[in-house]
Design a protein around this ligand. Structure first.
Ligand code: ADP
Ligand code: MG
Ligand code: MG
Length: 892
């Protein structure tokens, strides 16, 4: 029979850390902490399989579950000397969700479950603290009504604010037992008024209500959105944890808090966290009161006058330090901890690998490898390649003048400038219009995730380092300043008040996630440092990888940037992209629009020196590294003059009438330029174009070689080949030009001629094409378009629908479609190698910078990937991780 429920408590557990799939992250780690002998309130975990069974079976539970839960409740009872539902030996529990991957803020927890009008009195008597008992009950009514019965928590907040106002209290902790009792009466009346039924008094009804609420929340919109953004499959399901309560709200010797074993922003090795005295659950992260620092060092650094935990509760603090050190060593990773102190006694409520910024991830991995806690290979494996992006972003120039208008917490590093928006929708709208925005909120909630994605940075006036805004921004790699308490946001008026000035929607501000400052206007930024931990990880990655990483670049700026990011050559230089600027576009248009070979040659003669000097510069920047230059490949419509002004300009340059030019433009019109007269088809029609380009390449190679005193070996790539005869034809022209340049210069030129594989026919005929091609470069953008028969430029309107309807999982233009397009790549690579064993194989589509596509490239044994400059470090790391994994698990 399936085991649906796993217990833990008192130094033993039925599960382990490795049972995360079954018990969820939280349940597995609670079990593990118990087995390690740490103080964890006893409890049990209802497995993720129950969640799946529940949804598979029209929201019904497996038949034996109720009995299994009753047995597990008895287990908690035995360990605590209490009984659920029995006022004489009151046992209260929390009901907590916990999926396999942590989903912050997505699932809701109910605390103090089991309280009712009768048991609350027992709790008061038992604890000798009536204020505590009624505080717990009112919290329970609030949480349960919200999470389980769907009554918005704001209705309770209103009642409470009213009462506090009437009584002249500022803080919740100031209310007396009697005052809480009248709040509770109002709460219960409100529940009945709103829902037409009384607040449930039966503890078992409460328990099953909460369990079902957790399972139901797996399918709420917030959870679905979060899963979509983080690629978490629905089939994982969530577990439910039921656990004996311990109380941080039992007066001044009790507290609750959260901590990281290292600083999650910088990675610095020091205990880092916040707590509140006489508080419960999520009070710390909710920003209701300002939390206190855990260590003295942190308190001093923050300039806080509120005592640290170290000072206030030294014994509990000491136990906590020991436990957190041990947990970090045990898990061999930075931990994110939740704890509660009940009358001086420490209880651990959660541990998990802590979320961290990319910068912190690097520092932690490098330090742990240097301390021999993990291997270098593991350090490399731990860095999410995509997260490196964050480190490649600018910071504020230290020499820049700063007009500081407010200071908050440095919640997520990096600096950002943008115009103020006060809502997530405005942030999205600004982005859609190509404007940069800073999302300014009092605090954020899961409903703001789309706005946080769209904004350059996030600023909140409330909440700490562990607030929603801070946690989510760090995950996204967005700069964030949280809890800037001196700023006042007025949503209704649309204003941000700071030091006596009023800023409005649309005004520009800058936030500095490194120190929490909010600055007026735009501020000069510095490019990122690529030394230190970054360099160490990259060095280890380079040692581990097999594939080379090249870049797609045609401008000197991009080529230099890519070199500084570690590119080992150019995998794709798109020659037509060199002709978009200034006068060049006019010469380019002249060439395209010429209707005789003679006119074309005249225009080409203008282009030749420009091409040659561009290539020379690229060869020099790449200093002997391979450079692959693709012959002209534009779908022509990209270059045709569009406005009257452009027509006039080109007409003047060509000395023809605008009318004649317009006719020629119309004659060149194509219904489907993407599948039209482009690629090698141009070179077949107008071989003089390929000849000019080949000449420019060879002359530049000779000159670069002469200057450097070393051979430069260009790789000439013929695009859009489907028939080997196309390649034969173009290659013959290239070879002829090479011979003449060698004769003219007296220098022997070594070069490769190859092709892009971007048509299914080319992949199918790869063994034949490889007779002529010395290399293949998989142009997976076009190969995806032509394999799917989907034009990338038109795909946006329906691919998202496909994704929502579960027809595709990922956009095939972002992550390679391994089953389809990938199969063609694999086949072409094999066929190519069969004919020409030493054929060079690479990829130069967008996919060359996508980690999962890179993993596939490693599996099929490509020699290199090529990607845009900013993705080069990502590709280096992803290629290393792929090499390590493929070496371990094989190519299968
Ligand atoms: P989340 O997944 O959102 O972190 P948790 O299940 O961890 O939610 O619950 C939130 C907080 O509730 C915990 O950090 C802890 O402070 C409190 N909590 C949960 N269970 C208990 C318990 N049994 N006793 C005391 N506090 C608890
Ligand atoms: Mg929560
Ligand atoms: Mg938690």
């Amino acid at each position: 029979m399936t085991k649906w429920v796993y217990t833990f408590g008192d130094g033993a557990a039925e599960g382990r850390a490795g049972d995360r799939n079954l018990l969820g992250g939280k349940g597995a780690n609670l079990a593990e902490m118990c087995s390690l002998g740490l103080p964890v309130p006893p409890g049990f975990t209802i497995t993720t399989e129950v969640c799946n069974a529940y949804y598979a079976n029209a929201r019904c539970y497996p038949a034996s579950l109720e009995a299994d839960v009753a047995v597990a409740l008895d287990h908690i009872g035995r360990l605590t000397g209490r009984r659920f539902g029995d006022p004489s030996k009151l046992l209260l529990v929390s009901v907590r969700s916990g999926a396999r991957a942590s989903m912050p803020g997505m699932m809701d927890t109910v605390l103090n479950l089991g309280l009712n009008d009768e048991t609350v009195e027992a709790l008061a008597a038992d604890s000798g603290d009536a204020r505590f008992a009624y505080d717990s009950y009112r919290r329970f009514i609030q949480m349960y009504s919200d999470v389980v019965m769907g009554l918005d928590h704001e209705v309770f907040e209103e009642i409470l604010e009213d009462q506090k106002g009437g009584l002249g209290h500022e803080l919740d902790t100031e209310l007396t037992a009697i005052e809480w009792q009248s709040v509770i009466a109002l709460y219960k009346a409100k529940v009945e008024e709103e829902l037409g039924k009384p607040f449930p008094q039966d503890p078992h009804e409460q328990l099953w209500g909460a369990i079902s609420a957790v399972f139901s929340s797996w399918m709420n919109n917030r959870a679905i959105t979060y899963r979509r953004l983080h690629d978490i499959p629905e089939s994982w399901g969530t577990a439910v944890n039921v656990q004996a309560m311990v109380f941080g709200n039992m007066g001044d010797t009790s507290a609750t808090g959260v901590a990281f074993t290292r600083n999650p922003s910088t990675g610095e090795k020091m205990l880092y966290g916040e707590f509140l005295v006489n508080a419960q659950g999520e009070d710390v992260v909710a920003g209701i009161r300002t939390p206190q620092n855990i260590t003295e060092a942190a308190r001093i650094a923050a300039g806080s006058d509120k005592p640290s935990l170290q000072k206030l509760m030294p014994d509990a603090f000491q136990s906590f330090v020991t436990i957190s050190d041990n947990l970090e060593k045990h898990y061999r990773d930075m931990q994110d901890l939740e704890f509660t102190i009940e009358r001086g006694k420490l209880w651990m409520l959660q541990t998990r690998s802590g979320k961290r910024t990319a910068k912190a991830a690097l520092k932690i991995a490098v330090e742990m490898a240097r301390d021999k806690l993990i291997s270098k290979e593991e350090a490399v494996a731990r860095i999410d390649p995509a997260s490196l992006d964050q480190l490649l972003h600018p910071t504020i120039d230290p020499k820049a003048a700063r007009d500081v208008i407010g200071v908050g917490l440095p919640a997520s590093p990096g600096a950002a400038t943008g115009e103020i928006v006060f809502s997530s929708n405005d942030a999205e709208e600004a982005k859609a219009q190509g404007r940069k925005a800073i999302l300014v909120r009092i605090e954020t909630s899961p409903e703001d995730i789309h706005g946080m994605h769209a904004a350059e940075g996030i600023l909140t006036t409330r909440g700490g380092m562990t607030s929603h805004a801070a946690v989510v921004a760090r995950g996204m790699g967005k700069p964030c300043v949280s809890g800037a308490g001196s700023l006042r946001v007025d949503y209704r008026a649309g204003t941000l008040m700071a030091m006596g000035s009023t800023f409005r929607k649309g005004d520009t501000i800058t936030i500095d996630g490194a120190n929490g400052q909010v600055l007026k206007g735009a501020v000069p930024m510095l490019q990122p440092e690529l030394s230190g931990d970054f360099a160490a990880i990259m060095e280890w990655a380079d040692a581990a990888r097999r594939m080379k990483v090249r870049t797609n670049a045609e401008t000197p700026l991009d080529a230099r940037m890519a070199r500084s990011f570690g590119a080992e050559g150019i995998g794709l230089c798109r020659t037509e992209h060199m002709f978009f600027d200034g006068d060049r576009i006019v010469a380019m248009r002249e060439m395209i629009l010429a209707d005789t070979e003679k006119d074309r040659r005249t225009a080409l003669a203008k282009l030749l020196p420009m091409q040659r000097s561009d290539f020379l510069e690229l060869f020099e920047i790449m200093a002997g590294l391979p450079v692959t230059i693709r012959l002209l490949d534009p779908p022509l419509h990209e270059f045709l003059p569009k406005t009257e002004e452009e027509v006039a300009e080109v007409a003047a340059a060509m000395k023809v009438s605008p009318d004649k030019l317009r006719q020629r433009t119309e004659a060149l019109h194509e219904f489907n330029p993407m599948l039209g007269h482009r690629g090698c088809r141009l070179a077949v029609s107008y071989p003089e174009i390929a000849e000019m380009q080949a000449r420019a390449i060879f002359e530049a190679a000779v000159e670069a070689g002469r200057k450097a005193g070393a051979l430069v070996v260009p790789e000439i790539m013929v695009p859009l080949v489907g028939l080997v005869k196309e390649l034969d034809y173009v290659k013959a022209r290239i070879d002829a030009v090479a011979r003449s340049v060698m004769e003219e210069t007296g220098v022997k030129i070594t070069y490769l001629t190859g092709t892009m594989i971007e048509l299914p026919r080319a992949a199918i005929r790869a063994h034949v094409i490889a007779e002529a091609a010395e290399f293949f470069s998989f142009g997976t953008n076009d190969l995806t378009q032509t394999t799917f028969g989907i034009s990338r430029d038109d795909a946006a309107s329906f691919l998202e629908t496909y994704r929502q309807k579960g027809i595709i999982e990922q956009d095939p233009f972002v992550s390679l479609d391994i089953e389809g397009v990938g199969e063609l790549v694999r086949m072409a690579a094999e066929k190519g190698r069969a004919t020409r064993p030493d054929i060079k194989l690479g990829i130069c589509g967008e996919h060359g910078g996508d980690p999962s596509s890179i993993h596939f490239c490693e599996k099929v044994g490509l020699d290199y990937v090529s990607c845009s400059p900013y993705r080069v470090p990502i590709a280096r790391l992803a290629a290393a991780q792929a090499a390590v994994q493929v070496a371990k698990l094989g190519r299968g």
